[in-house]
Design a protein around this ligand. Structure first.
Ligand code: ADP
Ligand code: MG
Length: 228
């Protein structure tokens, strides 16, 4: 965790990040340009090449949209919300996709109201990122366990546990670094963006992982007292 924080602090300047994004986007752009030139010269369309071009375009699209979540000066609108409803919304959003992949969500929510002060869309983005990682870690299917409860010191705890591949120790150290990914089509931005959003909510994000056993992500957010 300290490692994660230290790394993200090293990269706080937007300039450094922007340079990284530019670099990551230039690679697929170069590929796209190359294939387009080939097709121009031969005056015919090679379907294998257009497939590669499509996936490179998709990659640029993903990188840009994940990055925009951070960079966009979008209307940030903090409101008091019950975390259980936010989680419920995200689960319904992903449920049918998960079902197709043989993945089940197993939510267990506290009975009591758990209010937090948040930018709802940003928090939803965090949960989407974390659930997607959990799903991607279980290509054979499995269960994503989701708990939320009232923690110590006026906090709300949200725990997401998968039964997936887990994270090797050497890789764990690199997690949260922008563009670090072990996936063929990953962007390596999901966790970094999530970490930033949680920090902007004055919360913490903790990762524990056991190889071939699964990964547990624990989020803590300040709780808003219920007015009686
Ligand atoms: P991406 O998903 O695009 O690769 P992320 O920032 O979301 O980028 O994750 C970075 C890396 O962290 C992943 O490529 C993967 O190696 C590892 N990782 C994250 N979450 C999990 C998880 N639940 N189980 C196993 N590995 C994970
Ligand atoms: Mg991800």
């Amino acid at each position: 965790m300290e490692e994660l924080l230290r790394r993200s602090e090293k990269l706080t300047t937007v300039g450094q990040l922007a340079a990284g994004v530019a670099h990551e986007i230039r690679n697929p752009l170069t590929t796209l340009k190359g294939f387009l030139q080939l097709q121009q010269r031969s005056l015919q369309v090679n379907l294998r090449h257009t497939d590669i071009m499509m996936s490179e375009l998709e990659r640029i699209n993903l990188i840009v949209s994940e990055f925009l979540i951070l960079a966009k000066p979008q209307a940030v609108h903090f409101q008091t919300k019950d975390i259980r409803y936010i989680l419920g919304d995200v689960i319904s959003l992903l449920d049918s996709q998960a079902h197709l992949l043989g993945i089940e969500f197993n939510p267990s929510f506290s009975q009591e109201t758990l209010l937090i002060f948040c930018e709802e869309n940003q928090l939803k983005q965090v949960f989407i990122n974390l659930f997607k990682n959990a799903m991607e870690a279980m290509p054979e299917g499995g269960v994503v366990h989701l708990h939320t409860w009232r923690g110590d010191k006026r906090s709300v705890v949200i725990q997401i546990r998968d039964e997936g591949c887990g994270i090797p120790k050497d890789i764990l150290a690199k997690i949260g670094e922008p563009f670090f990914t072990s996936k063929e089509t990953g962007t390596g931005l999901g966790l970094m963006v999530s970490q930033r959003i949680i920090e902007s909510h004055k919360g913490t994000l903790d990762i524990e992982s056991e190889l071939n056993q699964g990964t547990t992500i624990t989020l803590m957010l300040p709780m808003v007292a219920v007015r009686k």
